[in-house]
Design a protein around this ligand. Structure first.
Ligand SMILES: *Cc1c(COP(=O)(O)O)cnc(C)c1O
Length: 435
């Protein structure tokens, strides 16, 4: 059935609703959809375009209204920890823990042995201690919250010494100087953008100094004429002056990945408190993890902000599931981010070849990235299937949406962050986008 061509061809709302294909739809929903479809059709005819068939448009409008807003997408960008796309996909074991804990009641704050009130912070302590060698651990909503809580609990009204080379913005306006100001601590900047020495820190330490803060440079690097003191040098200085050293690691890979410092290494080098994210290279849910000395962790736990920043039970369940896999090298690669990171390029290329065969595209060598502020310079060899540039938008608007990269007049479907099963879904999405 062709669409209407002139305003006179447009039916009334009632006549449109009388179509038998709309008969089973709830009246109030279909009425709203019909009105907005007719409104759009009028607009299109006025500007000389031909609207699409009206009943189809009403059905499409109804389907759109029923679709959840937060949806699964297929990540064909080649960025593994993509903050806009929800960072780390969860491991099956983590999802199973979420389903188990979320579908019923749980011992979230109940001590089963003693039959009395317990703490939600008890559940992950021993796993985190085994994984990092720390004395104590605490989990909050995200790493920004972990840094804020550490600064508020340890340095409110006092001074925090930070290198000018580490006064970073992580993205979306999370700036270390602003977080510091919010915590009520005073920033004391030392060194320069490219060079800071231990002696710069030492000169800044005084009676008002509450902590030395080291911040992972996250999503940028200073290359060339640059210098930052080693962590063990800073730790020695901190001990000499009896001030705690806090290390914001950002990503926090539990096992060595590139040159990322692990939380265990940071603690061994002498950091007193280490903060890191749950959903970057750790590969779990959004969370902020603090590990370190019992005395300091306790100060964070007792601070009033802790109650506002704590993680919920679903997060704790997913994190416990993820950390259990991280314990052993045999199970570590069941964490999707780590599997994708370590997968040999031949396997990625095999996926790109299969996709190219299914959709008639071309295989192209690409460079994938870790993302999430970890290893900004690391280039992961990868492979993509290149298709027509015009497909990028319909792919993004499809169901499920496919997010790709447009480069040099083509749409690249990078296969490093896609699973084997998802290749078939992407192929179906490309076919649908071409129609
Ligand atoms: C990512 C990052 C944060 C913020 O962590 P979220 O988990 O996103 O809140 C803080 N510090 C550094 C160095 C980071 O890389």
């Amino acid at each position: 059935m062709p669409g209407p061509r002139s305003l006179r061809d447009l039916p009334s709302v009632d006549r449109l609703l009388a179509d038998e294909r709309l008969a089973d739809e709830p009246h109030d929903l279909v009425l709203g959809a019909a009105r907005s479809v007719l409104e759009r059709a009028r607009e299109e005819i006025r500007v000389g375009r031909e609207p699409s068939p009206l009943v189809d448009a009403v059905l499409e409008e109804l389907a759109r209204g029923r679709r959840p807003s937060l949806r699964r997408v297929l990540n064909a960008t080649g960025v593994l920890v993509h903050t806009n796309l929800g960072r780390a996909p969860l491991a099956d074991a983590a999802l199973a823990r979420v389903a188990e804990v979320g579908s019923g009641y749980s011992n979230l704050e109940y001590d089963l042995e003693r039959g009395q009130r317990g703490s939600r912070q008890d559940h992950l302590r021993s796993l985190l201690r085994r994984l990092t060698g720390a004395e104590a651990a605490l989990v909050v909503n995200n790493n920004a919250a972990a840094v804020l809580l550490a600064l508020a609990a340890l340095a409110e009204g006092r001074e925090v010494v930070v290198s000018r080379g580490e006064l970073i913005e992580i993205g979306d306006g999370f700036r270390i100087p602003d977080v510091l100001a919010r915590s009520g601590a005073r920033l004391v900047e030392v060194g320069t953008t490219n060079r800071t020495r231990a002696s710069d820190y030492e000169r800044a330490i005084g009676p008002e100094t509450a902590i030395l803060l080291r911040v992972h440079q996250s999503n940028f690097r200073v290359v060339g004429f640059s210098e930052q003191p080693r962590l063990d040098e800073l730790a020695e200085l901190a001990r000499k002056h009896d001030v705690p050293l806090v290390d914001d690691l950002g990503s926090g890979a539990l096992a060595a990945v590139g040159d990322e410092t692990t939380p265990a290494e940071s603690l061994r080098a002498g950091a007193d408190l280490v903060c890191f994210s749950g959903d970057k290279l750790l590969g779990g849910p959004q969370a902020g993890i603090v590990v370190g000395r019992t005395k300091l962790v306790e100060r964070l736990r007792r601070h009033p902000l802790q109650r506002a920043l704590r993680a919920d039970k679903l997060t704790l369940a997913a994190l416990e599931g993820t950390l259990s896999l991280a314990l052993s090298p045999e199970t570590r690669d069941r964490i999707p981010v780590l599997r994708m990171l370590h997968e040999p390029v031949e396997q990625v290329r095999a996926r790109a070849e299969r996709l190219a065969e299914l959709v008639g595209g071309e295989v192209e060598e690409t460079v994938a990235r870790v993302g999430g502020g970890a290893l900004p310079l690391a280039e992961l060899q990868s492979a993509a299937c290149a298709v027509e540039e015009e497909l990028a938008e319909p792919l993004r608007l499809g169901n499920p949406p496919v997010i790709a990269v447009v480069r040099d007049g083509r749409t690249l479907l990078d296969c490093r962050a896609l699973s084997d099963d998802e290749v078939d879904e992407v192929a179906a999405a490309v076919a649908a986008a071409r129609q």
